[in-house]
Design a protein around this ligand. Structure first.
Ligand SMILES: Cc1cc2nc3c(=O)[nH]c(=O)nc-3n(C[C@H](O)[C@H](O)[C@H](O)COP(=O)(O)OP(=O)(O)OC[C@H]3O[C@@H](n4cnc5c(N)ncnc54)[C@H](O)[C@@H]3O)c2cc1C
Length: 394
């Protein structure tokens, strides 16, 4: 069987995958190349999502594929490469899929009681219960832990909660059945989680327009006005922000895989271009200065892939620390920013059109750089682990 990733996987991280895992990823590759890729440029320009490929993508059965799950859940390394493969084609597609397979699934895995998980998890995996992760607010992004202002009020003597507040940037909300909403209990001041039906009375969704990154991905500004949720739809294992932090820890490693996949897509597109385009009667790829940029892109990509593979191996052993996924998210995103800029640069003027792919990766990288913890916040998480001093507010 040919290698899936070739040059973009310089140190052959793919050899960590089993034959069957590579077959599933090959199935995903085929779909992305033939069905998704031809659409993404036009949809990106229009600022719309190609919903016609959402169901076929779900039907590929790549979250917990039957052939990989006879003896338990799919392995972390497979899940990482699945994200890599999606992001290598398009960052919005990767974000769309990860909203369910990463964010929402993690909210249930960490936040639901065993009984709730038994009911919800199979539906999360087959997408019959679609959800999103609604944490960020218009006035609270990086300081959400202490600042979270959406309120939850238990009606005395009933099993009903009433939610009020606003959420911002929530990816995939327009096609979700439920929104996993995090709100502060006015009684004890602690953050709790709720599954709110998207169509519940009092829920309003507005599309965020005029984005210059991840234009295909639809993000919502959500208003919750006296929204009623039952105790049965509260995430029973979310009792403080610490439980939300445990979710973020797991989700940040997914974003590090996205940042790595974007680099692969940009690098491959740039390499293709410089092998074809001629100036001064020679291929662009034959010039020393262009080769130096190719080498730097490959170095960044290889460092990122090595980082996420090792992080995933640690997590598979059950080692989850805030500073580990923060380091991977921070570093792969930094390297991504340079890689996509170099890719855009070597493609010249055509590098700012959607025809050569590098422009899309270049623009989309900015959103990935900022979501799931900005550079500064991840650096501060690492700094706290190194020094014992939390410097978030100093
Ligand atoms: C495309 C996209 C999709 C998203 N999807 C979701 C989603 O599905 N669900 C969800 O809940 N959220 C989502 N988010 C929100 C995302 O997680 C936040 O944007 C992110 O946490 C940063 O918050 P902010 O944008 O409010 O920036 P701010 O917190 O306002 O930060 C602005 C700048 O100030 C810096 N800064 C802030 N505090 C400090 C400090 N103490 N020290 C030094 N610098 C600091 C930041 O690093 C940043 O550079 C998404 C965002 C985007 C752009």
């Amino acid at each position: 069987m040919d290698r899936l990733y070739g040059i973009a996987d310089w140190y052959d991280a793919e050899s960590l995958l089993t034959h069957d895992e590579r077959l599933v990823l090959g199935r995903l590759r085929e779909f992305l190349e033939t069905t998704a890729k031809p659409l993404v440029g036009d949809y990106w320009e229009r600022g719309e999502f190609p919903y016609e490929i959402a169901q076929p993508l779900i039907d590929l059965d790549i979250m917990e594929p039957a052939e990989l799950t006879q003896e338990g859940p799919a392995r972390g390394i497979y899940q990482g490469f699945r994200i890599f493969e999606l992001a290598r084609t398009d960052a919005s597609l990767a974000t769309f899929y990860t909203a369910q397979a990463g964010l929402f699934r993690t909210a249930i895995r960490v936040g639901a009681s065993e009984e709730q998980k038994k009911e919800w998890m199979p539906k999360v995996i087959d997408f019959s219960l679609r959800g999103v992760f609604s944490l960020t607010e218009p006035e609270h992004g990086s300081d959400i832990a202490g600042g979270l202002a959406t309120t939850a009020r238990r009606e005395p003597g009933t099993d009903t909660w009433v939610l009020d507040g606003e959420k911002r940037w929530i990816g995939g909300a327009f096609t979700a059945d439920v929104l996993a909403v995090f709100a502060r209990d006015v009684e004890d001041g602690q953050v709790k989680g709720f599954l709110v039906p998207r169509e519940a009375p009092g829920v309003t969704l507005e599309k965020i327009h005029r984005k210059t990154a991840l234009r295909m991905m639809q993000n919502a500004h959500i208003t919750l006005d006296g929204v009623r949720v039952t105790e049965a739809d509260r995430l029973h294992n979310v009792n403080s922000f610490k439980d939300v932090a445990a979710m973020l820890r797991a989700m940040r490693s997914d974003v590090a895989w996205i940042a790595t996949g974007i680099q692969a897509g940009a690098f491959e597109a740039a390499l293709r271009y410089v092998r074809e385009r001629e100036q001064f009667g020679r291929q662009l790829g034959s010039f020393q200065l262009v080769q130096e940029k190719l080498a730097r892109m490959l170095g960044n990509l290889t460092a990122s892939l090595s980082l996420v593979v090792r992080l995933t191996e640690q997590q598979e052993k059950g080692i989850y620390r805030d500073q580990d996924s923060a380091l991977a998210k921070m570093q792969t995103s930094l390297l991504m920013r340079e890689t996509v800029a170099l890719a855009r640069e070597v493609v010249g003027g055509n590098g700012i059109t959607l025809d050569t792919d590098v422009a899309r990766f270049h623009a989309d990288a900015e959103a990935v750089y900022s979501y799931e913890g900005t550079h500064e916040i991840n650096a501060l998480i690492i700094g706290r682990a190194l020094t014992g001093h939390g410097a978030f507010t100093k």
